[in-house]
Design a protein. Structure first.
Length: 172
C-alpha cells in the first residue's frame, strides 16, 4: 500500500425495500438479520402508484419509525421511482428481500434479475425469516384484522392498534 493510500473501510449499505402495508414481525425479523450483515440497512417504503395501500405512506413510515427506527444501523426512508436509482443515490450495493416460500420465488426472481439488468452494481440478497413467519404476510394480516381477528401475535403492538382502529367502524 502506498504511503498516500488511506485505509477508509467501505460502508456496506443495503436497502430493504417494500410496501410495508403494514410492517409485520416477519419484516422486523428480516431487518434484524440484515443489520448483522451490513453496516447500514435502509428500510425504504416505496411510493407505489399502482398499489392501493390500506395505510397512507406517512402512517406506514411512522409505524416503521416506531418499531424499527431506533435499531442501531437501521434507517427508515421512502423512495419514488426505480429502486436501483434509489440504491445508487444512497450508494447501496445490495437489495434485501425476504423469501418465505417457493410461491415468493417466481416474482422475486424476476424482480432481482430485472434490477440486475437495470444496474449490475446492485446485488439482490434473499434472507429467510424465522420459520414461524413463513406464512405471514401484510395481506393476510390485513384480512384477519378486517374480519375482526386477533393479529397481536403477527405484528408489533403499534400496528395491531392502528389496524384495530382502522377496522373498528366496520365491526361496530
Ligand atoms: O413489499 P412489496 O410490495 O413486495 O415491495 C415491492 C417493491 C416496492 C420492492 C417493488 O415494487 C419495487 O421495487 N418498486 C420500485 C419500482 C421499481 O424499481 N420497479 C422495478 C423492479 S423490477
Amino acid at each position: 500500500m502506498s504511503d498516500f493510500a488511506v485505509a477508509i473501510p467501505l460502508m456496506r449499505r443495503a436497502i430493504y425495500p417494500g410496501s410495508f402495508d403494514p410492517v409485520t414481525n416477519g419484516h422486523l425479523d428480516i431487518i434484524e438479520r440484515a443489520r448483522k450483515l451490513f453496516d447500514e440497512v435502509i428500510v425504504a417504503v416505496a411510493h407505489n402508484d399502482e398499489k392501493q395501500p390500506l395505510l397512507p405512506l406517512k402512517e406506514r413510515l411512522d409505524l416503521l419509525r416506531e418499531t424499527a427506527g431506533k435499531i442501531d444501523n437501521v434507517r427508515i426512508a421512502q423512495f419514488k421511482g426505480l429502486l436501483v436509482e434509489f440504491a445508487r443515490a444512497e450508494k447501496a450495493g445490495a437489495v434485501i428481500r425476504g423469501l418465505r416460500a417457493v410461491s415468493d420465488f417466481e416474482f422475486e426472481f424476476q424482480m432481482a434479475l430485472m434490477n440486475r439488468k437495470l444496474d449490475a452494481g446492485v446485488e439482490t440478497i434473499f434472507l429467510m425469516p424465522k420459520e414461524e413467519y413463513t406464512y405471514l404476510s401484510s395481506r393476510i394480516v390485513k384480512e384477519i384484522a378486517r374480519l375482526g381477528g386477533d393479529v397481536s401475535g403477527f405484528v408489533p403492538a403499534a400496528v395491531a392498534h392502528t389496524l384495530s382502529k382502522k377496522f373498528a367502524r366496520s365491526h361496530s
